[in-house]
Design a binder for this molecule. Sequence first.
Ligand SMILES: Cc1cc2nc3c(=O)[nH]c(=O)nc-3n(C[C@H](O)[C@H](O)[C@H](O)COP(=O)(O)OP(=O)(O)OC[C@H]3O[C@@H](n4cnc5c(N)ncnc54)[C@H](O)[C@@H]3O)c2cc1C
Length: 357
Amino acid sequence: MAVIEKGWLGGGNTARNTTIVRSNYLWDEAAALFEHSMKLWEGLTQELNYNVMFSQRGVLNLGHTLQDMRDIQRRVNANRLNGIDGEVLDTRGVQDLEPLLDCSSRARFPIMGASWQARGGVARHDAVAWGFARGADAHGVDILQQTEVTGLMIRDGQIYGVQTNHGDIEAKTVGCVVAGNSGVLANMAGLKLPVESHPLQALVSEPLKPVVNTVVMSNHVHGYVSQSDKGDLVIGAGIDGYTGYGQRGSYPVIEHTLQAIVEMFPAFSRVRMNRQWGGIVDTTPDASPIISKTKVKGLYFNCGWGTGGFKATPGSAHVFAASLAKREMHPLAAPFSIERFHTGALVDEHGAAAVAH
Ligand SMILES: Cc1cc2nc3c(=O)[nH]c(=O)nc-3n(C[C@H](O)[C@H](O)[C@H](O)COP(=O)(O)OP(=O)(O)OC[C@H]3O[C@@H](n4cnc5c(N)ncnc54)[C@H](O)[C@@H]3O)c2cc1C
């Protein structure tokens, strides 16, 4: 068994992401998958014997309008029916958790309340990549870095291997987990995925003393922020509007994002930004992933995680590995088949995904 990586471990979105972990998705199918992940996160450091620095500091999704609050109420009700923790907070409840957040009526988009998932939080992205790699290596998996898949070897509708820049590798089962490059690999098999690749950016500030206690997200003003253990503000926003494979984005998105952050936290207006970067995210029409067989026997895709796949890492990996091993989709993965774009059984999570990873 081998993992083939064209760059280095974590060089894709995994170590470029802002590491928000939560499971408060609206629909049963998504909630089940992300909650499965959340439960695995809760034991991951012990399981991998590698500190992934999972910090359950809680996640706030702010509401700024009556309709936001109705949507929040609906999502929290759905979450609780699915056994997922969630609360609806009023403005006071939000202010108690985040004293620096502008919860006054003077704000341009006054905060009316929030959904609160106390078990949500953040983790250390590269530690997650390294912890899984070490675990896989201990189980005998070969990890081939600097090895690019350049072609898929298919005969009579069955995959029998991959071509790489270091030669061919035979395999009867191939799982493609290449995020923004999914369309490129699908093309090698003559398949077309309903996936668009967009740049998604993030930035970090100079280190500050502890000032943000939770993860604060707002779909409405379109930005989110948490604080790393080192003290940096970790800031992100939505995707750049155009498609592309460049691991960088455009300046207007950075400007818009920082406007949103200062809108929420006026106290950050003089904070200097240290670094900015981008990844390539694979977005689908219903903002849910694709975990699926294809019409080529033995060829599977796990993609379409868009702006929010880091939180799914343990669960996504588990259900995908189980599906490949049994050649039958795991029940938690089954609703995310590519077939849903033909049958119309979409899992539309735009409301719960959006900017708010
Ligand atoms: C700025 C940013 C912020 C984000 N914030 C969050 C967040 O807060 N919370 C959250 O849950 N998610 C977030 N995400 C999304 C999350 O990072 C991704 O959904 C997730 O990491 C995808 O993991 P992956 O393993 O599928 O893809 P990746 O980590 O991108 O790995 C795919 C790998 O495939 C390799 N590859 C591509 N083509 C080939 C080839 N031909 N041959 C061999 N290898 C190849 C790439 O080099 C890459 O390393 C964010 C993403 C970005 C960019």
